[in-house]
Ligand binder design. Structure first.
Ligand code: ASP
Length: 434
């Protein structure tokens, strides 16, 4: 059995969905399908999920989503018409959904309906069974998948008379049965969960690029495609900002070792990238840099003399909504990096005030505009490439705020300024990958 997940661009309009059908028809093993909500058809287009979030915002601001929702309705109905799918059932679904969003059903419910409607429509077009993810995928409060979900999915598939299945991606439900979404791009996670549940031999992840590239092609035009890569390397590359595959989507398939093939719906013959437990022969996989980070610096003489100081400080950060993604410790100082969107200036001012008084700090400051550049590959612990990468950054006059080497078996990273991100990726790529 091959589980196939099709992303937003693969189901953006009727002509893309016809390509999906052709891909499924060409191999009878491809009978379990996960779909995203329709994505952008062109550069200036809007994703259905973004429109749904806006509908919810309109309702939260005291209005109705009617005008915005009509754009969504038109888009789904025109897809149905072009695919010759009966619009009647779709119209009543759309009507019910709009009423529930207007009644204040919340952001998760609203956002999930893009995938719901997409799967509902495509299941009719393919004559596959529609399986509502909120009936079988339970998402815990920390965003992980409740193991009960695997048995439930398997039962549904085993007990059905149909030969094919379409699951909506991106959402499931809480233990109490309330619709809950994964983080953005989460249909990749649904694909992994379903692949593990049905014991798939292969999980194909269909998108609009022919696999992972060793650098962002908007920065390095001729970046090479990676033919095989390990689970760990993918997680790290995604964490450093490579956006082809959701980093949380590796966990569900990790134990069973199901290979994942990143494929291109617009060029199905391309081999794409194969993600396997061990990866391939190749030593260095890629370079990527994630921007949009802020830095908190604190300093206090004998900071760690008191037991539990780190924990207490982190708890305080969490209270103000900040979950750092990276930290550095010195004898009298700590530096944390976090996603800048986590806190506004007023929240930061209140947090600094509180940290300073409660922990009697000598200094606390926050600044923005940081990025982290990561180099990923299985040879990283022993190949000394970090020296060449550091030299390349120096030659390009790019200041480095830290070097993190040794915390991972497959990567190292440099702290750089956000404004240097593109130049840094180019310089390191030229030094290590050419
Ligand atoms: N439609 C959702 C998003 O735009 C989930 C996904 O496409 O995977 O984030």
């Amino acid at each position: 059995m091959t589980v196939c997940k099709f992303g937003g661009s693969s189901v953006a309009d009727a002509s893309q969905i016809k390509k999906v059908k052709a891909i499924l028809d060409s191999d009878s093993k491809r009978n379990v399908v996960i779909v995203s909500a329709p994505g952008k058809r062109c550069r200036d287009d809007e994703k259905i999920t973004d429109l749904l979030y806006k509908c919810n915002e309109m309702v939260q601001n005291g209005g109705s989503c009617k005008s915005m929702f009509s754009t969504i309705e038109k888009r789904f109905l025109s897809i149905a018409d072009e695919l010759n799918v009966d619009r009647k059932a779709l119209i009543s679904q759309l009507e019910e959904i709009r009423c529930l969003i207007d009644a204040g059903s919340g952001a998760d419910y609203a956002a999930s309906r893009g995938e719901y409607l997409s799967a509902f429509l495509i299941s009719q077009y393919l004559d596959f069974e529609f399986v509502d993810a909120s009936d079988c995928i339970v998402i815990n409060s920390d965003g992980t998948v409740n193991p009960y979900s695997y048995d439930k999915i398997r039962m549904i598939v085993d007990n059905s008379k149909k030969k094919g299945f379409v699951f909506p991606g991106f959402y499931g439900s809480t233990e109490d049965g309330v619709v809950k979404t994964f983080s953005r791009g989460g249909s990749d996670i649904t694909g992994s969960v379903v692949a593990r549940a049905v014991g798939a031999a292969l999980y194909e992840n269909w998108t609009d690029v022919s696999g992972f590239l060793s650098a962002d092609p908007r920065i390095v035009e001729d970046a090479k495609t990676i033919d095989t890569i390990s689970y760990n390397e993918v997680r790290e590359l995604s964490d450093y900002g490579a956006s082809v595959f959701h980093e949380e989507a590796i966990a569900p398939v990790m134990k069973s070792g199901i290979p994942i093939n990143i494929k291109n719906t617009n060029s199905p013959e391309d081999k794409g990238t194969l993600i396997t437990p061990e990866g391939g022969e190749r030593k260095l996989a890629g370079v990527s840099a994630k921007a949009g980070l802020s830095r908190i610096k604190i300093r206090k003489l004998m900071l760690f003399k008191k037991h539990g100081m780190r924990h207490a400080l982190l708890t305080m950060l969490h209270i103000f909504g900040i979950r750092p993604s990276f930290s550095l410790y010195g004898i009298d100082s700590i530096v944390w990096f976090y996603d800048s969107r986590m806190a506004s200036e007023s929240v930061l001012a209140a947090m600094c005030e509180r940290l300073k008084s409660e922990f009697e700090l000598d200094e606390v400051s926050v600044d923005h505009g940081h990025a982290i550049l990561g180099v990923v590959g299985s040879s990283v612990p022993s190949d000394g490439s970090y020296i060449r990468a550091a030299k390349a950054l120096e030659d390009a006059s790019i200041p480095v705020s830290f070097l993190n080497y040794g915390s991972s078996d497959v990567s190292y990273s440099f702290g750089i300024a956000e404004c240097d991100r593109e130049r840094a990726v180019k310089a390191v790529y030229d030094a290590l990958f050419r």
